[in-house]
Design a protein around this ligand. Structure first.
Ligand SMILES: [Zn+2]
Length: 58
């Protein structure tokens, strides 16, 4: 399981994304950024997010 803490990406946010794959995390991050933060995941932010994704035991 891959996880991403939104605050690690620089947002003051308790949001935590979980998905099976990095691609799915990025897809969810795009949606989350739009709906929760009214912003877009730029290619630069996407690269940053990839490095922030953590592996978690199921
Ligand atoms: Zn967030």
């Amino acid at each position: 399981m891959k996880t991403l803490d939104c605050r690690d990406a620089g947002f003051d946010c308790e949001g935590k994304l979980r998905a099976e794959t990095e691609e799915e995390i990025l897809r969810q991050a795009g949606e989350h950024a739009r709906t929760e933060h009214n912003t877009e995941v730029t290619p630069e932010l996407a690269e940053q997010i990839k490095m922030l994704i953590k592996d978690e035991e199921d």
